[in-house]
Design a binder for this molecule. Structure first.
Ligand SMILES: [Zn+2]
Length: 671
């Protein structure tokens, strides 16, 4: 029997033959792919001919075709439709794959060839895109430590291994603390909680084997509990436990681990010749330097703090009216903010829901892409990995652009959250290949399926990432689509969310599931207004975390991160009743791995750009201004990582983004 993953994919658009793949095909396919990739890499590294762009950099681009196919199928089903066998395979192959790719990035012979080309880059007659790919390849090797020799090389390997294991311990400790704690609720304690919170508290109780409902430390349960429970004593107890995660003493305490991680990162950056870990980390980002990050965060911090302090006074007064004395505390904020939200923007979720049908919101996301970029969508009937998946062929003027797959419904076999990935990235080398892009969400099923407003926003967000993949128009796959700086990658997705807020879009596509009537004007206004409620609080808790992350990675690593954290917050004048969104002992973005270390600011950086970029449309004459749409596609959506992010933005906007649009969008300054 031939392995269907490894054989040629002959179906329309060369989509993986999901209907013939069985789980037992994965392990042999993964092994074969790693072997084939190693052989390809070995041949490039040991090529007796002198290095050329073609026999080295292009050869690396062309290598790994089998690997790409196998990984795209495996990771798609492992994330969106797992089962015990697939989970087992993931545990088995994750370390093997990590070792495989780290072996390539520290391959000295390969690095020598790339370094040789880099030294002669101006004599090679490269196109701009080729020069960019060479620069990225060289930089990737250097940053991975491939240029280090002797003791320094050995030490770098030790540091990387130690950091990986500390990151795993950090995550496991956090999970243990989250798993172990729960608070039992009597039937009386449920008073004031809405039905959906009571239901999740009961479900959580069953899961924990408790006698009745419980509150756990899962964000999706504890946040609504803090919002709705009138019992101040219970809110305090829950909040204290939530913010003590990773700092409970004993074996699961993360504070010493955080200190060690920061020391090792600093040492790693020094070995590579950087002043600090933040300098190392930000080199590849649009922000580039710690100073530029701090500048931006501080421009947002001051208006956010002013708003939060004003809000705190209103909430304190509400608390007084309830007969509670003393200061407003962190466990009071969400409760009184929720009461205020109800009073000021009484948005009836139940009445809103029938207007947000999944199918109509998909239509809306397609219709906007049609008006902006001329894309057309035709449903396809092809076998995929789950019956809930749908596929469309995307064309423009009759030309094939991409295949788009949507897998929208929640199910037990799918991990939580929402994401976009390219099952095949766009490229023109070594052959022309059109993208296959998937959006995976976790919406509740129904007949018809109805969304919350947040769900609809998620749908637009992920579709924005999909456009970045589908409209990509570069030569080399390594820089196509979303292969851009981390602080730039959320621009297309967050920007696309703005089209959901365009009143004419909601007016056309938010129609009632039973009557077909458009959403009433009053409701539409309320929906749009409620979106920036309590932004003082949300901005403060986020920016405080981002500034602490930045401070940790600048200059010498702190011996006592908790003391440094307290110092940073005191300098900022952190409002007393607001905690950091993620404090150090449970700041997984920063300590569970390297992804968002010295990088938690990126969400806000992207948001500054998306607000500013959408303002460019409004200034030009409206959300569907065709000149602006063309500039967006030409300079951002089609260009992948072929140029520096800052250059791309400048080309689109004519200037760098300012924070005004974000502050207005969040309601932190007057519109
Ligand atoms: Zn995103």
């Amino acid at each position: 029997m031939t392995n269907p993953i490894l054989s040629a994919w002959t179906s329309a658009f060369e989509i993986a033959p999901f209907d013939t793949i069985s789980d037992t095909d994965f392990a042999p396919a993964l092994d074969a792919a790693m072997q084939a990739h190693n052989a390809e890499i070995g041949a490039i590294a040991s090529n007796p001919e002198a290095p050329t762009f073609a026999n080295t950099v292009e050869a690396l681009e062309a290598a790994g075709e089998m690997m790409d196919k196998v990984l795209s199928v495996f990771f798609t089903v492992a994330g969106a439709d797992s089962n015990p066998l697939r989970e087992e395979l993931q545990r088995e192959f994750s370390p093997k794959l990590a070792a495989h790719f780290s072996g390539i990035s520290s391959n000295k012979a390969l690095f020598q060839r790339v370094a040789d080309l880099w030294a002669r880059k101006d004599e090679l007659g490269l196109t701009d895109e080729q020069a960019r790919v060479l620069m990225l390849s060289h930089r990737g090797f250097v940053r991975a430590g491939a240029a280090l020799e002797g003791n320094e090389d050995t030490r770098m390997q030790e540091i990387k291994a130690r950091l990986a294991s500390l990151g795993t311990s950090f995550t496991q400790n956090l999970l243990a603390d989250e798993r172990d704690w729960f608070m039992e609720l009597s039937e009386d304690d449920l008073q004031g909680l809405p039905g959906f919170v009571v239901n999740s508290a009961r479900a959580a109780g069953e899961e924990k084997g408790a006698k009745g409902p419980v509150v756990t430390l899962s964000r999706s349960l504890i946040v609504p509990f803090l919002q709705f429970s009138p019992r101040r004593d219970l809110r305090q107890k829950a909040y204290r436990a939530w913010t003590a995660r990773g700092a409970n003493g004993g074996e699961t305490d993360n504070r010493e681990i955080a200190a060690q991680i920061l020391q090792l990162r600093q040492e790693r950056a020094k070995l590579l010749g950087y002043e600090s870990f933040a300098d190392f980390k930000l080199e590849t980002e649009m922000a580039r330097t710690p100073d530029r990050v701090r500048d931006l965060l501080m421009q947002v911090w001051e208006p956010a703090k002013t708003r939060a302090n004003a809000d705190a006074e209103i909430l304190t007064q509400m608390m007084r009216n309830d007969g509670v004395n003393g200061p407003l505390e962190a466990w009071d904020w969400r409760y009184y903010a929720e009461k205020r939200r109800k009073a000021e923007h009484d948005l009836d979720e139940a009445a809103l829901k029938p207007y947000l049908q999944l199918d109509r919101m998909i239509e809306a996301s397609f219709a906007c892409a049609n008006r902006l970029f001329g894309l057309e969508f035709k449903q396809l009937d092809i076998p995929l990995y789950h019956p809930d998946c749908r596929a469309w062929e995307v064309t423009r003027n009759g030309q094939h652009i991409a295949v788009f797959i949507g897998d929208y419904f929640a199910r037990g076999s799918k991990r939580s959250g929402a994401w976009c990935s390219a099952m095949r990235g766009q490229a023109k080398f070594p052959k022309v290949q059109a993208p296959v892009v998937i959006n995976v969400c976790n919406f509740a099923k129904g007949d018809p399926a109805l969304l919350s407003y947040d769900d609809a926003r998620t749908l637009f967000h992920e579709f924005g990432h999909a456009l970045h993949q589908m409209l990509s128009n570069v030569t080399y796959e390594s820089i196509s689509g979303t292969s851009v700086a981390r602080d730039f990658v959320e621009l297309p997705s967050q920007l696309y969310e703005h089209w959901l807020e365009v009143p004419e879009v909601l007016a056309e596509f938010a129609t009632h599931a039973e009557t077909g009537a458009p959403m009433p004007q009053e409701m539409l206004k309320k929906v749009l207004k409620a979106a920036n409620f309590d932004q003082g609080f949300q901005t403060v808790e986020y920016v405080a975390s981002a500034l602490v992350d930045l401070a940790f990675h600048e200059g010498a690593a702190p011996d006592e991160p908790m003391a440094r954290q307290a110092e940073v917050l005191a300098d900022l004048g952190m409002p007393a009743a607001i905690g950091m969104r993620h404090a150090t002992p449970h700041f997984a973005h920063v300590f569970a791995g390297d992804g968002y270390s010295a990088g938690y600011y990126s969400y806000m950086w992207s948001e500054v750009m998306d607000a500013d970029a959408f303002a460019a449309f409004e200034e030009a004459g409206g959300a569907f201004d065709s000149e602006r749409a063309k500039a967006l596609e030409e300079n951002i959506l089609s260009t992948g990582g072929s140029r520096e992010a800052e250059e791309l933005y400048l080309a689109f906007r004519g200037r760098l983004p300012g924070v005004e649009a974000l502050l207005k969008g969040r309601g932190l300054i007057a519109a």
